[in-house]
Design a binder for this molecule. Sequence first.
Ligand code: PGA
Length: 241
Amino acid sequence: MQLISCTDYADMSRKAARVIAAQVRLKPQSVLGLATGSTPVGTYKELIRLHREQELDFSRVTSVNLDEYYGLSPEHGQSYHHFMRVNFFNHINISLGNTHIPDGLTKDVAKTCAEYDQLVTSLGGMDIQLLGIGNNGHIAFNEPGAFFYAQTHLVDLDEKTIKANARFFESEAEVPRQAITMGLRSILSAKLILLLASGASKAAAIAKMVKGPVDPQLPASILQLHPNVMVFADQEALALA
Ligand code: PGA
């Protein structure tokens, strides 16, 4: 695991975007594993800038997103479908047909999850997987206690996650209680993993991820077992590492 110390959020975003841009330039048909949440927004902004100013071309890229709230339609303002369009897809030349996000409205969860795993396999896995980290150490919606061997599945959200994500909703009561998420096994199949962390609220989780034992109670700690992980973290997030 390579720790890249960043001066601040903007520096973190620029550095992470540079790696993704290099990947896309070297392999135009790359498969990008994408993440939502507040942390990657700056990285997407920087990639949009590179697309506009330096002809970074996403026309042959395929994307697979980590997760979606269960029960939210793609049009819902807090769905991750909506997030990805507003924060990234609408501003670059990716073909929307090549973007994939779990269906939060599925009536057949098992089939949807199995098909998502088959899709990832048929694409040959992610060339790069972008990740944030929860203040409880989750990655995607793999919450503390997650089964390390899991692929895509339906999860009950942790109380800490519901509280942390309430800021995006009118009230905590409106935060969905479940989500469909790629599992830790799916995430570990990526060739390169970029994990982003910014702010003091992530410091304890980052310290445990880096220094602690590999422990299902801190799902991000499983990344210690992956050969190719880059952690881009600002000073506040690195304070305890
Ligand atoms: P955040 O979420 O980027 O909004 O802090 C990260 C996460 O929960 O994985």
